[in-house]
Design a protein around this ligand. Structure first.
Ligand SMILES: Cc1ncc(COP(=O)(O)O)c(C=O)c1O
Length: 434
């Protein structure tokens, strides 16, 4: 294609005049310009220039069935004829909340919100209200959305664009946020021993999926559970990525560790904005209007998102014995192929995979935390990413994100992807190796 006729490039130039960086979320911007999507179906995105991409970004994990999944689309279409926002309660919200309660081990009560950012912000507020304590503990590289308390050494776009500590947040706000390395239980033990009586919550991504993919050490989550119980600290699992992906009951079910609270999002809405925070009734009863912790939202529990989310959870529940093994098999095949191909090209890589998540790091060191992830070669990753794109495969455009399989990835997609991996790693080995 003649570059001057490239519609995505032209749109990006136009977008930059009106949207900061040309995008509505920084992770979508990449050099020299992102492709603009016209439509999506199943495993594929179709851009405005007539190209298609097998999609492993899946809207950063949200699209567990792939795009425009018929059963979810039908549920939403049926709702459209009945109105889209009422501002008063509906039976659908109650049924949806009951289903979340049924499948999420720690959820006795839940509040629906619209985004993961809202969910973690309010979960932290509730934990503070419940305990009467100020401080929170978070871990380096964990991303809990873009609100003031947690934008400290944050992963995802905050790391990609070099702003893990955002400007514009008063030092006084983050003074109460204690940041520790992930996977190092001794650090948590030391802090709780010293100031456990001031700590309201420990918030953690049970699998760290926002600086690439980092798995918890075998006893890490159980030890976090034990320590937080000992000091009366609320343990919050941020399962906005892992929820309904590691298992129907998320990381809590997968690792058999029950937190006090959980935050959910992404998959929960089937492509519509829904998130939730929930947990023990004793804690959740502090939420307004029954308790003194204020939380509200015009669009919370809106009927369109609610019916979409209900459809997703119902399908996952009915077909879980088929869905989870298929998603995992796909991620294993892809990560296994990546590893073998990288070995063939003698590239220094680490490849990790769990359930429907996988990612490659261009480093010869095992990656167990944020500082290890930062050692990986971003130049190699970028060469890999761009060659994949040329081959019609879209993965999140940063080393500090994770890839996701969906139920729409079929044998043909996997074959095409493995061939693209081969081509991309060959380019990396030629262009980047020292
Ligand atoms: C673990 C985690 N928590 C919270 C969020 C924020 O969710 P949202 O983008 O819906 O605000 C994200 C987003 O990627 C996330 O990965």
């Amino acid at each position: 294609m003649n570059e001057s006729e490239n519609k995505s490039r032209t749109l990006f130039e136009r977008a930059k005049n009106v949207l900061p960086g040309g995008v509505n979320s920084p992770v979508r911007a990449f050099s020299p310009y992102p492709f603009f999507v016209e439509r999506a179906n199943g495993s594929k995105l179709y851009d405005v220039d007539g190209r298609s991409y097998v999609d492993y970004c899946n809207a950063y994990g949200a699209m567990i069935f792939g795009h425009a999944y018929p059963e979810v689309m039908e549920a939403v279409k049926a709702q459209f004829t009945k109105g889209t926002l009422y501002g008063v309660p509906t039976v659908q919200e109650v049924e949806f909340a009951e289903l979340i309660q049924k499948v999420s081990p720690c959820v006795e009560m839940v509040r629906l919100v619209n985004t993961g950012t809202e969910a973690t912000m309010h979960a932290i507020r509730v934990a503070r209200g419940y305990t009467g304590r100020k401080k929170i503990v978070k871990f380096e590289g964990c991303f809990h959305g873009s609100h003031d308390n947690v934008l400290v050494k944050a992963g995802s776009g905050a790391t990609t664009f070099g702003t893990p500590n955002s400007l514009g947040i008063p030092g006084d706000t983050t003074k109460t946020t204690i940041v520790l390395p992930y996977n190092e239980i001794a650090a948590v033990e030391e802090v709780l021993k010293r100031e456990g009586n001031d700590v309201a919550a420990v918030i953690v991504e049970p699998v760290l999926a926002n600086v690439g993919l980092i798995l918890p050490k075998s006893d890490y989550l159980a030890s976090l559970r034990k320590l937080t119980s000992q000091y009366g600290v609320v343990l919050i699992f941020d399962e906005i990525i892992t929820g309904f992906r590691l298992a129907l009951g998320g990381a809590q079910e997968y690792f058999n560790v029950k937190p006090d609270m959980v935050t959910l999002g992404k998959v929960l809405g089937g492509g519509f904005p829904v998130a939730a925070f929930g947990g023990k009734a004793e804690i959740m009863r502090n939420v307004s209007p029954v308790g003194g912790v204020y939380q509200a939202g015009t669009f919370s529990g809106n009927p369109v998102s609610t019916v979409a989310g209900y459809a997703v959870l119902s399908i996952l529940e009915q077909r879980k014995s088929e869905i989870y093994p298929q998603l995992e098999k796909c991620a294993r095949e892809l990560s296994g192929a990546l590893f073998d191909l990288a070995e063939n090209y003698r590239l220094p890589v680490q490849v990790y995979s769990i359930a429907s998540l996988y990612q490659i790091f261009f480093t010869d060191q095992e990656v167990i935390d944020y500082s290890c992830a930062k050692l990986s070669d971003v130049k190699m990753f970028n060469a890999y990413f761009h060659e994949l794109l040329r081959q019609g495969v879209f993965v999140p455009p940063s080393q500090f994100e994770t890839c996701f399989t969906s139920m729409s990835h079929l044998a043909g997609d996997i074959q095409l992807t493995i061939e693209a991996f081969d081509r991309a790693l060959s380019v990396v080995s030629k262009e980047c190796s020292v």
